[in-house]
Design a protein around this ligand. Sequence first.
Ligand SMILES: [Zn+2]
Length: 249
Amino acid sequence: MGMPMGVGIVAASGVFLAAGAVGLYGTFVPQSSLWCRNTWHGPRAGDRVALTFDDGPSPGYTDRVLEILARQRVPASFFVIGRNVEKSPNLLRRVHDAGHLVGNHTFDHHHFAVFRGYRYWLDQLERTSNIVERTIGQRPRYFRPPVGIKFIFTAMAARRLGQTVVTWSQSARDGVATSVDRIMARLANVTGGDIITLHDGIDPHSPRRPEITLEALPILIEQLRTRGLEFARLDELIADQVAAGDART
Ligand SMILES: [Zn+2]
């Protein structure tokens, strides 16, 4: 005699719920590595952190971020939207010429594309890589999915193109309306190895005031330096982990 039907149904639902919870975690939590190897921080032993800027290039903002970084001699990384590169190729050239890293952040930056198929993701990544290469002569080696959401097809497309998936361990959450104080409070616990996400662009699906990021940036840089932290380009921060194939921990 097997177990009573009621118990069986409860047990089966439990398994489905658990599988569903793991799937949701793997898909929607930026730090998860369920669908792909995902690098979300660098070595914890050192004093280096990486500043990353998403959603540009955008005239009026990316150029001002570049000025602040140049003044403070901070190397950084920019995850760009293909559609924005198309509109502002000269701005991307300035990012590259200043010595910063350029990464792939899809062509359209749709938030709800997460469950689109493999071909969609391959097309999004490839079109962005192509336009970046036409503009600065190099294809991106790093890919950051919009809002940190990744599904199996996102992961497959990135792997096919040889791009390392990178999210973050600290976020300013400045992609939406916020204040300098809130940004500083969110980033109060940054330590060595952190990958920090800020925004130099305006997400086409979520309007905000990028001036807040521009105001916060010099304060943030000074505060992190005062605490003994140094800035590195993302590829320099995580080079050893990516080479060792151990990007998760
Ligand atoms: Zn984004």
